[in-house]
Every structure is written in C-alpha cells, then in structure tokens.
Design a protein around this ligand. Structure first.
Ligand code: ZN
Length: 274
C-alpha cells in the first residue's frame, strides 16, 4: 500500500509522460524519473514501455540512486538508459526529476554546432546562453557497445558532469544538455517544471530553426553573414528575468495540458481519476 502523497506524485508523473508524448517531446522511447520524496536514495521510473502507455503502478518501479538497480526483486525491468537518471540524481542532491528523450528538433541541434541551441523565445530561458553538447562517442572504450545509449554508471556520470558545477553542487548550472546524434537530458526540481522544459525546449528549437532558415533565404544575394549568428537571441538579462517570470506561471499551462491528455482516450491514468 502506498501513501496518499506518493499516489498523488505518481498520478502527476503519469500525466507528465502523457503530456510529453502529446507534445512530441517523447515518442515510443524516452523516459522520466522522480526522486522518492520520503526516501531520497531511491527514485521512481517507468518500466520498459512507451511513455504514452504508462497507466498505473504496474508500470512504475522504485530503483536505487546508487546503482539504478530495483529496490524490490519483482520490479519490472527498467529502461536500458536508467543510468542517466541514477547518476544525475546521485550527483545533484537538489535535482528531483530527470527527463530524457529524442525529439528530432533537439537531435538536429546536437549535430549542428555552428547553430547552437539558444533561447529565442521567452518561454525557454532555462536553456541558458550556452547549452552543452554531450558527445558520448569521445568516451567510448573498445569494449563498449557504441550505440549512443547510456548503458552504465561510467557513461551516466560523464553525462551528469556535463551539467556543470563542482562534484558537491546541489544543483547544476545547466538545466538541459544535448546528447549528440541522440537527444537530450534535462533536470528539474519538480515534475511540472521538467514537463515545461521539455515542451518549450522543443518549441524553441523549432522556432530557432525556422528563423535561421528564413534569415538565410532573406539574405540570399547579399554578402554572407557569420554562420548561425544572424538571428535575435535573448540576452543574459532577458534570460534571467524571463525565467523568474516563467517559473511562477507553470501551473497555467499544466492545468490545460492535463485536461488535454485526460480527455484523449489514448492516455490512461489509473491514479488520476477524480
Ligand atoms: Zn536515449
């Protein structure tokens, strides 16, 4: 029997997975985790199933932060890349939620270093002015399976370090890291913020890409400009002030997003029935 507050937390967790799928942040792959609020050395994460199809407690397991192994022996298998979650939760004590996915818009940014992902919309200041790119290929040892997946603690710890700060920083300076040819990972203090970041990171990448294309077309016939440096980005002050505003307004889209997925028969949330 789980407590009422954990049931509520996991209902929010399931809604978040459905929202992230509905908005194209997650597809048949990708995953989300949340630290156990009453037992911080463990975290909850979905089993090896598509995010849209997570519907109840049978789809969610509890895993150890120390090694990503299940707390209970009968727990269903977690995703291969569970080390993304365990290592980020291990390194940063104030991170409670980890999100990982493979949206095309962000993969494109991960392999176009001349057009670095930067905030172009006021809803995406959490990106900061310098989004790191984690290049797993540079870390491979000959015995590694070189399929881009974060398959062990060593690779998970290297990804976590990419978020920056010192080894005892409770929260990293970067909220989101691109993963070259793969996708992204993001961290947050709660599930709603992580969902917000996923949705608006993809939106920002889409708008930035469109703006770069428009600018290139408009500039045809003129003298060439510096690559990737010719559209308008938020400056440092705008990034800081926008985030202070946006971080207080997350409840507004969240309520709408929950309604959107709850009326869609594709998504079932057994814990979210009113
Ligand atoms: Zn992945």
């Amino acid at each position: 029997m789980i407590s009422a507050n954990i049931t509520s937390l996991l209902a929010t967790y399931i809604d978040a997975l459905h929202i992230l799928h509905h908005h194209g942040v997650l597809d048949g792959y990708g995953h989300l985790s949340v630290r156990h609020p009453d037992n911080p050395p463990t975290f909850f994460m979905m089993r090896q199933v598509a995010p849209a199809l997570v519907s109840g407690l049978d789809d969610i397991g509890e895993y150890r932060v120390s090694d990503a192994e299940p707390v209970h022996p009968d727990t269903p298998a977690a995703p291969i890349e569970r080390f993304i979650h365990s290592e980020l939760l291990k390194r940063y004590s104030d991170v409670n939620v980890v999100l990982h996915g493979h949206p095309n818009e962000l993969i494109a940014c991960s392999i176009a270093p001349e057009a670095r992902l930067k905030p172009v919309i006021h809803m995406a200041p959490f990106l900061g002015s310098n989004v790191p790119i984690f290049d797993i290929a540079a870390l491979y040892q000959p015995s590694d399976t070189q399929d881009f997946l974060v398959r062990n603690q060593r690779l998970g710890a290297a990804l976590a370090a990419e978020f920056g700060g010192s080894s005892d920083s409770p929260y990293p300076p970067h909220n989101l890291v691109l993963m070259a040819s793969h996708g992204f990972a993001a961290v947050a203090r709660d599930i709603k913020l992580a969902t917000y970041m996923g949705v608006y990171a993809v939106a920002n990448a889409r708008v930035q890409s469109q703006a770069l294309q428009l600018q290139q077309v408009a500039g045809m016939g003129h003298a060439p400009r510096a690559a990737g440096d010719d559209i308008v980005y938020l400056d440092e002050r705008q990034i800081r002030d926008s985030w202070e505003t946006e971080i207080r307004t997350v409840e507004k889209p969240w309520g709408f997003w929950v309604r959107e997925v709850r009326v869609d028969p594709l998504y079932v949330n057994e814990l979210g029935r009113e």
